[in-house]
Design a protein around this ligand. Structure first.
Ligand SMILES: [Zn+2]
Length: 443
């Protein structure tokens, strides 16, 4: 269909839930809005109104109501699209690889898989697969690692652009301690990053993220370049890894003896600040936690990966108490699923090990507005405030026989949300809409 013939308006009917702030550990009532018989009114891809169905209907001028595309999702939950704050699309094919912890995992599985992305056809096919799976799992925005090859960024950005998605990615920077076929140099990284930023940053809904893999695989000169790039243009992002594994942390200490600790390496090279996000952040000293909050750097909580690779248990309540922005992440392919719903279930189990169980409303905040805030994209996405981009998902809390049996008493909102994050998965995702339009409908 020609763009000008597409409906400018969408009217969506269902149980609408979205967050205005972090509900905390006691489900603060003013942190969210829930309309059991609710509606979204969307104009030109943006939220124009949200509220009870009857009120929204009464507010729409009758002259334009007839022009709207109507989606009847009565009885189903409508939430903002899920936000995956850390994942690696080139690792889609190595999920479920046996028996390694971080550093051996990189050498034995990750690096061989990423080497194949020198072929642009591998990048395109994998990016298309990854984007399609994200939509089927209800994820509409993600902070994504590509590989060292600039073609891998082109492939992902092109696929995301075709679906009109708000996505972040960047070329991995690695100029030491990696296989020769996966290394760049400072000069190549500078040339490639500048070209990619020029080509993709700010194009449609896309943004570029400066992506040094982690401190051990970049020389001090390359980290300095990454810091300079981050400051070179407005709205550039940074993504990397931090304090995932004890052997990794000891290695960072050997490689950067002049730095106080792991976080101080990134600070030293100017890589901490708004729009910077670090995966894992499990083994941090109190001073690192304090500094992350001070600088406005965010943490990506990747529980399925942290359990799968035996890395440890991220302390979400402690990070949050300190004022660090935290988002939820799959960390595909160290993580074990594309599903942020399953990831919430694992986040809950990790929170139990800290004796501070993750309450259901806070959990779904983490997967939506919390993720948007962690990525500093909450001016655009994360909830249904008027003016935001209308990315949303439709969830069926009784999608499986087990959920149906568990929820047969017609339980309240918090209990349905909790049952979904423990028993549910991508089978709960009935539809995913991008800028109002249906981008995925479950078969
Ligand atoms: Zn990662």
């Amino acid at each position: 269909m020609n763009d000008s013939l597409k409906p400018r308006y969408q009217l969506v009917h269902g149980q609408v839930l979205h967050f205005l702030a972090d509900p905390g550990e006691h489900d603060a009532a003013d942190s969210y809005q829930y309309f059991a018989d609710g509606a979204l009114w969307i104009e030109d891809g943006h939220i124009a109104d949200v509220g009870p169905w009857a009120d929204i209907l009464a507010r729409i001028p009758p002259a334009i109501l007839g022009e709207a595309e109507v989606f009847d999702y009565s009885g189903k939950l409508i939430l903002p699209g899920l936000v995956d704050t850390h994942c690696h699309y080139p690792q889609s094919g190595i999920i479920a690889s046996f028996g390694r912890q971080l550093l051996d995992w990189l050498n034995d599985y990750t690096f061989p898989a990423e080497a194949a992305f020198c072929d642009p056809a591998v990048g395109s096919a994998t990016a298309d697969y990854f984007v399609e799976r994200m939509l089927a799992h209800g994820t509409t925005t993600a902070s994504v690692f590509s590989t060292v090859h600039p073609e891998s960024v082109d492939a992902f950005m092109a696929s995301a652009e075709r679906h009109n998605l708000r996505m972040l990615t960047g070329k991995v920077m690695m100029d030491r301690n990696a296989p020769a076929n996966l290394m760049d140099t400072v000069a190549e990284a500078e040339r490639d990053c500048l070209a990619l930023i020029e080509r993709w940053h700010g194009k449609g809904r896309l943004r570029y993220s400066i992506t040094p893999r982690f401190a051990p695989t970049s020389t001090p000169d390359q980290l300095a370049l990454a810091g300079a790039l981050y400051r070179s243009q407005p709205d550039l992002h940074v993504q990397s890894h931090l304090a995932e594994n004890p052997d990794e942390i000891a290695w960072v200490g050997e490689l950067f003896p002049h730095c106080r600790d792991y976080l101080d390496v990134y600070n030293h090279y100017g890589l901490l600040g708004p729009r910077s996000i670090y995966g894992h952040c499990i083994h941090l000293a109190p001073v690192e936690i304090e500094e992350m909050a001070q600088f406005g750097a965010a943490a990506a909580f990747c529980p399925t990966s942290n359990l799968f690779l035996g890395s440890g248990f991220f302390n979400h309540p402690a990070a949050s108490d300190a004022g660090i922005r935290v988002g939820l992440a799959t960390d595909v392919g160290g993580g074990t699923s594309f599903s942020l719903i399953r990831t919430l279930g694992e986040a809950y189990k990790v929170s139990q090990l800290h004796q501070r169980p993750l309450p259901p409303l806070r959990a779904w905040f983490l997967a939506t507005l919390g993720g948007a805030q962690a990525l500093y994209l909450d001016d655009f996405i994360g909830n249904f405030a008027p003016g935001k981009e209308a990315d949303f998902i439709v969830l069926d809390p009784r999608a499986t026989p087990e959920l149906d049996f568990r929820l047969k008493g017609g339980e309240g909102l918090a209990e349905r949300l909790f049952a979904m994050m423990i028993l549910g998965d991508e089978r709960c995702v009935m539809a995913t809409h991008i800028m109002g339009k249906a981008a995925y409908i479950a078969a």
